[in-house]
Design a protein around this ligand. Structure first.
Ligand code: NAP
Length: 312
């Protein structure tokens, strides 16, 4: 009988219990148990663990640990805290669909001028504005990984002009792509709406600073569905206040939950969302995690791990 696979979850017990049930329902190949309930000798033998915001001290007790499977797609905290162990992040087609839907929803919100009409309603102003066809809007996607590509596809299916930016140049994509520093300047200068779907790394932290925001098309809008620290919020607020940029939709923040006293809450050119653009879907994620671990236990295959050099 194989050693149970430990699960380290820092959140609420009820959520942990729901994950345990979903994970154990997803496989007969092994058992998942809370790491804190496992015997020290079993923990010392295990080569794999499932994690959701784990305490690094717990993982340090796993002497033979080779890799961890995260329940989340963004793993910047693990990359910083966990050395010498492979990190596998969640790649789930359902997550891609959920994110693509969120990107479409909030791009449509900006495209069809919803913030402006909401403000007009509050002021009882009846004033139509000329609509722009979707094909007349360029949506620039920063990050062409799993989520960026899903979002691009959904936007294209809805008639938007799409362009994308990534670290390495892309070939044979169905839309225009850019790479490198000059590529970002070119994309930002063209995009009516820029959507951030980059991982948080040493290179992307503070990427959208005053200089980069200054390269955006005048009146352009920003959607950040990736990680808060990628955008310099002071610079963003300054650009919105000056009327240089139109509106920002922010789902992620340097501090979450966003503190009640934060001025972002009441800025009329900022839409604040509570990190909801693409939550992990428990059932599909549990199936993917279980399949990854079952394969490892069968033949030693470890899924693609985070590249420490590039940080994602
Ligand atoms: N708000 C939410 O609810 C939510 C939910 C899930 C995920 N997320 C966030 O979304 C992020 C992206 O997820 P994913 O699955 O799409 O990641 P991914 O598959 O790893 O893709 C990352 C993309 O970003 C590009 N990139 C990375 N560093 C770059 C740099 N310095 N300059 C230019 N491009 C760079 C990569 O370029 P290459 O193609 O050249 O490698 C790749 O195209 C996650 O890291 C997470 O933080 C947020």
């Amino acid at each position: 009988v194989s050693v149970p696979v430990p699960f380290f979850h820092a959140g609420e017990r009820a959520e942990e219990a729901a994950w345990l049930a979903a994970l154990n329902a997803a496989t007969d190949a092994f058992e998942v148990r809370p790491g804190r309930d496992m015997r020290a000798e079993d923990l010392a033998r295990t080569e794999v663990a499932i994690v959701a915001n784990p305490d690094p001290a717990d993982l340090a007790r796993l002497a033979r640990l080779r890799w961890v499977q995260s329940l989340w797609a963004g793993v910047e905290r693990l990359v910083g805290e966990l050395q010498g162990v492979g990190i596998v992040r969640l790649v789930d087609p359902q997550l891609g669909r959920t994110m693509a839907e969120a990107v479409l929803a909030w791009v449509l919100y900006l495209h069809r001028d919803m913030p402006r009409y909401a403000a007009q309603q509050r002021a009882r102003i009846w004033r139509p504005h000329e609509p722009v066809p979707a094909s007349g809007r360029t949506v620039g996607i920063l990050g062409l990984g799993h989520l960026g590509r899903c979002a691009a596809e959904r936007l294209r299916a809805n008639g938007f002009a799409v362009a994308g930016w990534s670290r390495t140049p892309k070939e044979a994509m169905a839309f225009e792509t850019y790479a490198g520093a000059q590529g970002l300047a070119d994309l930002l200068g063209r995009a009516d709406i820029a959507v951030v779907l980059l991982p948080l790394t040493a290179d992307t932290r503070g990427l959208l600073d005053a200089a980069r925001l200054g390269q955006m098309k005048p009146g352009g809008c920003l959607v950040n569905f990736a990680r808060g620290p990628i955008v310099d919020t002071d610079a963003l607020v300054a650009a919105l206040d000056a009327g240089r940029l139109g509106h920002a939709v922010l789902d992620v923040f340097a501090t979450e939950p966003l503190p009640p006293g934060d001025p972002l809450w009441s800025h009329d050119r900022i839409t604040v969302l509570p990190h909801i653009s693409a939550p992990t879907h428990m059932t599909t994620a549990a199936g993917i995690v279980a399949a990854n671990i079952a394969e490892f236990l069968k033949d030693g295959t470890i899924p693609e791990t985070v590249d420490r050099g590039r940080g994602y």
